[in-house]
Design a protein. Structure first.
Length: 126
């Protein structure tokens, strides 16, 4: 059996029968956020939406990186991009927060620490 073949076993509805699909050769791999990473990002996003600061988001998965874009309004450019680039994991860290102008606000290996740059408490004028 080759890597791109579909391996099927009898499936009769019992725990014994299974069907397994293997990826086809040449299928582009995509970088994505895992469940824990996405939960962390969406928790921050939810707090900012309830504060009225953010309104919309978009998620892009490419072969090189995963990007969570944050918008104030849907028709604008993103305020921030949270990027995951595994190629930089050993160098500068896989996670980065990038501002609208393209400036990297924070980069690191731990998503929680990188997101702290966006979760600054509001300063209330006296």
């Amino acid at each position: 059996m080759n890597e791109g073949d579909i391996a099927e076993q009898p499936y009769g509805g019992s725990a014994q029968g299974t069907a397994r699909i293997l990826p086809f050769p040449g299928t582009p791999r995509q970088v994505s956020f895992d469940r824990r990473e996405l939960q962390t990002i969406l928790n921050l996003y939810g707090r900012k939406v309830s504060d009225g600061e953010w309104r919309d988001y978009a998620i892009d998965f490419t072969p090189d990186k995963a990007v969570f874009s944050i918008y104030r309004r849907t028709s604008e450019v993103p305020l921030y991009r949270i990027e995951k680039d595994p190629r930089l994991a050993r160098k500068q860290g896989a996670y980065a927060v990038v501002a609208a102008a393209g400036m990297i606000l924070k980069r690191g290996t731990e998503l929680d620490r990188v997101l702290r740059v966006l979760d600054k408490p509001k300063v209330v004028p006296a």
